[in-house]
Write a protein that binds this ligand. Structure first.
Ligand SMILES: Nc1ncnc2c1ncn2[C@@H]1O[C@H](COP(=O)(O)OP(=O)(O)OP(=O)(O)O)[C@@H](O)[C@H]1O
Ligand SMILES: [Mg+2]
Length: 411
């Protein structure tokens, strides 16, 4: 190993001049760069002795007297076995050293932790033997500290999000419990009211049977009876809508349902009602099975509501078409009519509870404005949704999108 005893090479890098020629532009450039670059630059010989340094190193390094300083004995190069990499490079085993280097405060805990980007390359004599190496160290401490702070902040943020999620989860649990209680209360109240109404209805019928009702009284009797039935129906609908969305499927019985049979049954049942206005109901059947997992009572209720609406909001001699169409992983139940249609203003609201469009006509038709809210609710409890398109005086098309099977229903 060569000892660093040559005075000639103990000089600041960039001090070299080409003898007798003065300073060339490239020399001046080198000088400017070497004096001002904010990177520690040193050269070492093949024995690990520092042979020259730049100004930045002189001003910032802990090593004040670099003459005869051997990097292999320096604490900076002990960390992470950096010295081993240099030895390998100087023996030709490694072409280049490229490292992210962490330098801890000294043993007395003095100074600050520093982070460096290190690049070292060997240089060779004219015969191709490694003579030494040029080593560069860029102080990267600020960037690393900022990055670490960011990582720390991110961790704190993640913890906070986790904490908030937990809190939300608990609030949600409480809310679900309250909703569950609310729906039990609604179901109980609705049941009590309906029982009372049934008694009133039966009593009324008994009075009607036992007494000869005059024409005026007969009208009154019919009014009371109709209203009792209407309120009773409303209570049933409200009880259904009060069911919380969670847990619905736990209580609902899902089975394999053929949508074409469902359409055939509902249309058959409602043809008598449609006949009063001479309306035709056509079941367009493509002859292909359309089976989904669902609750038969609820789907019957959904389709009945849609077809009843198509009859109610239709003109004399009108038409209604009902069919199933296949979509990806789903079936679409379509109910189309050539009836009154719905105005653009009313269309966004018709699925809201108690919303009734075209007030003047509706008063004549009767209804509570709950039918479509129930349809929406049933479509959603099947993992699907309901859509509508309509044009006043032309007609309306309702499409119920029902997945073939969803998480809570099985084939
Ligand atoms: N096929 C249709 N054609 C035209 N208007 C419709 C049609 N279906 C629904 N509507 C409008 O949407 C409103 C809401 O319908 P929804 O079925 O929810 O209530 P409703 O029929 O008034 O009462 P009910 O609770 O007895 O069903 C209706 O009042 C009506 O104005
Ligand atoms: Mg309706």
């Amino acid at each position: 190993m060569r000892k660093n005893n040559s005075k000639k090479i103990e000089q600041s890098i960039g001090d070299r001049r080409i003898p007798g020629r003065g300073r060339r532009l490239s020399d001046k450039f080198n000088q400017i760069v070497l004096d001002n670059i904010p990177i520690s630059l040193i050269t070492i010989n093949d024995g690990g002795y520092i042979t020259s340094v730049n100004k930045y190193f002189e001003n910032n390094s802990r090593i004040k007297d670099y003459h005869n300083h051997n990097i292999y004995k320096d604490k900076f190069f002990f960390e992470d076995n950096l010295a081993d990499d240099y030895k390998k490079m100087l023996s030709g085993e490694k072409k280049i050293v490229r490292r992210e280097h962490f330098y801890e405060k000294d043993s007395q805990g003095v100074g600050e932790d520093r982070y460096f980007k290190i690049i070292a390359v060997p240089y060779k004599d004219k015969d191709g033997h490694i003579e030494g190496a040029i080593s560069m160290a860029l102080d990267n401490t600020d960037a690393v500290i900022s990055k670490n702070k960011l990582v720390e902040l991110n961790k704190i943020l993640e913890e906070r999000v986790e904490q908030r999620t937990e809190e939300l989860h608990n609030v949600n649990k409480e809310l679900n419990k309250t909703l569950e209680l609310k729906s039990i209360f609604m179901a109980d109240v609705s049941h009590e009211f309906r029982t009372a109404l049934t008694i009133m209805q039966c009593s009324l019928e008994l009075i009607a049977k036992s007494e000869e009702l005059k024409d005026d009284n007969l009208d009154l009797f019919r009014n009371i009876s109709t209203e009792i039935k209407r309120v009773s129906g409303m209570l049933t609908d409200l009880a259904l809508l009060a069911k919380p969305h969670s847990n619905i499927t736990a209580r609902l019985r899902f089975e394999k349902i053929d949508l074409n049979s469902l359409i055939a049954n509902v249309c058959e049942k409602l043809r008598v009602v449609a006949a009063e206005k001479n309306i035709t109901i056509e079941h367009k059947y493509a002859g292909k099975p359309a089976k989904i997992m669902g609750n038969i009572e609820d789907l019957e209720k959904l389709l009945t509501n849609l077809v009843r609406n198509a009859i109610k909001y239709n003109k004399e001699n009108g038409w209604i078409k009902v069919w199933v169409a296949k979509a990806e992983d789903a079936f679409c139940l379509n109910v189309e009519d050539g009836g009154f249609g719905i105005s653009e203003l009313d269309l966004p609201h018709i699925f809201e509870r108690f919303y009734r469009a075209d007030k003047s006509r509706n008063r004549k038709e009767g209804g509570s404005g709950l039918g479509l809210a129930i349809c929406k609710h049933i479509a959603e409890e099947h993992g699907g949704y309901i859509g509508v398109s309509s044009k006043p005086k032309v007609g309306t098309l309702f499409v119920v999108h029902l997945p073939v099977k969803f998480d809570n229903g099985y084939f």
